[in-house]
Design a protein around this ligand. Structure first.
Ligand SMILES: [Fe+2]
Length: 247
């Protein structure tokens, strides 16, 4: 299916991360990002991962003015608790139904997906690239990672990439995403926390050569100072409370 940029702008709000950029927000080891693409006065409400705890997700969403009741598209990057742990309670606490996009239906999460279906949610298994909303695509799983990522395409063709944990590596995920020359933002977990500084330096250099506009390492990325040094102006210091608008 051709991936067309149909949106005028997109707002991205980090709801859960291990760092917070605003006083009063709770932190946790996990990731949840709210994505709101807009076109012609209409907006769409997407949650990319839920983080591990619904209590923290709800508290931070409330503080940041994100209404969880409006969410009708949930993308679970992969089935590790730090990315989907809050899903079951989230479903208990929202009034809308919609679609949950997943890379697989693992046995240990079957009860959550069964519950989702019984509450009226549709479960869509992503196998290549699947539209989530106009201009927004879930794609993957990349390599053998069983992890899907989110690609946002603006009207003029510029793009943003959101990654849960980056198990397949950021360069590999970008290669899958395609059109490497058009990325305005790459954000999410870069899976380098346990790696040495040199790996972060190499990735930073690679993203610089690719001319990525902004890079926001979150969650399991680590090496904040190295990324800041290598990426210079491209580096965005992100955490719960970071809000970006691409237009
Ligand atoms: Fe993770």
């Amino acid at each position: 299916m051709p991936e067309t940029g149909e949106i005028d702008e997109v707002e991205i709000v980090v709801l859960v991360d291990r760092a917070a950029k605003k006083q009063g927000l709770a932190t946790d080891y996990g990731l949840s990002i709210y994505v709101e693409p807009r076109r012609g006065g209409k907006s769409y409400h997407i949650l990319f991962d839920t983080g591990p705890s619904f209590e923290i997700l709800r508290r931070n969403a409330d503080m940041l003015g994100v209404d969880l009741n409006r969410i009708d598209r949930i993308v679970i990057s992969h089935f590790h608790r730090d990315h989907y742990g809050a899903l079951s309670e989230l479903l208990d606490n929202v009034s809308r139904q919609g679609t949950i996009f997943v890379p697989e239906e693992p046995w240990f999460a079957l009860h959550v997906l069964k519950k989702a279906r019984s509450l009226g949610w549709r479960v869509a298994r992503v196998q290549t690239s699947t539209p989530v909303a106009p201009g927004v695509y879930a794609f993957g799983p990349v390599a053998r990672s069983l992890e899907i990522s989110l690609k946002i395409v603006l009207k003029d063709g510029r793009r943003a990439l959101l990654v849960g944990c980056g198990h397949a590596s950021i360069p590999m995920i970008l290669r899958w995403a395609g059109r490497l020359d058009r990325y305005e933002l790459v954000a999410g977990g870069f899976h380098l926390k346990e790696e040495d500084d040199e790996s972060a330096e190499k990735l930073g250099e690679m993203l610089t050569v690719m001319k990525i506009g902004k890079v926001m390492p979150l969650h399991c990325s680590g090496h904040e100072e190295t990324f800041r040094k290598v990426l210079g102006e491209k580096f965005v210091s992100g955490g719960a409370g970071t809000r970006l608008v691409l237009l």
